[in-house]
Design a protein around this ligand. Sequence first.
Ligand code: ATP
Length: 356
Amino acid sequence: MIEISGLSKTFGSGANAFTALDDINVEIRQNEFFTLLGPSGCGKTTLLRSIAGFVDPTKGSLTIEGQDVLPLPPYARPVNTVFQNYALFPHMTVAQNIGFGLEMQDRPKAEIKQTVGEMLELVQMTAMADRMTSQISGGQQQRVALARALAPRPKVLLLDEPLSALDFKLRKEMQIELKRLQSETGITFVFVTHDQEEALTMSDRIAVMSAGRILQIGGPKDIYDHPAERFVADFIGDTNFLDATLQSVDGDVATVTLPSGKSVAARAVQGGSQSGAVTLAVRPEHATLTKESGLLDGVLQNIVYFGTDTHYHVTLDAGSAFVVREQNQPNAGELCEVGDTVGISFEAGVGQVLRD
Ligand code: ATP
């Protein structure tokens, strides 16, 4: 649906030049819920605005359904945008807001009426069709903004942090709602967020961005379980980083030696080294704590209880810190006490070797 290659954007010139996008390559598929995820200032909005036509890239190509859209102004592109602040018209009713884009396209009155009715139903706002948008809640405004953007049936809907103004509970509801709208309409969604949990729960695929570059693209589970770079492992969820030595690589499987001297199979990284010093990432919930010696040994420093799970902070014999997260079971006794010598183990294949 969208093919972006070698896309870069530099703002300003000379000493004031700033590269906001640096050689972006990505293909976004039809019907996909695709998320651009990264910290503030990494270039997510600039990339989204390049697709929309509000930003003119410095170089590279951008096609939608095979058509070069870079020469086209925003209104001539088969996309629509939902902005963070909704940008609704306060002097119009809910229904008038939703019909606005269709009016601009001079569609027949009967068609506009029917589409507005369908959109109201889709976002469950039929009962409020005649209210002014200044008289509805933030969550309802969000729904109207979505309906307005969906009404002209764009091929692609661009969403720039559309849930950030909502409170936590409403945000959770709207996450499910947005996912439903996407699968019901079959429209390709390109969604921008800096919230890793939001990205994991909603997306078919995620592109993780940092400093103007895409570091990794993959499904939520793939990105979470197999981060290719330290930044990705650190930005999404919690991770333990271990200094390890890569002994051998056979396809996807790497054999590494841990600081304890013990060896374990881990997942190799594409395009990474074949031997030598590497960093191994292990998620806290993928490791278990034992009273006996394990793959790693250390001393339990701290126990933090979180209700559903407990975090065990261990100082390894090699000096670094490691956190193990165990799910809590009712009526289970204390596993270990602070000051105990403990072992840490994890199964073959759960550790991920990171790219240098
Ligand atoms: P946020 O989550 O804070 O919105 P973002 O990842 O969407 O961040 P962008 O808005 O794409 O980031 O900005 C990327 C970088 O480009 C930032 O450092 C920003 O200051 C810079 N930038 C954006 N627009 C311009 C502009 N018109 N002129 C100069 N620099 C700009």
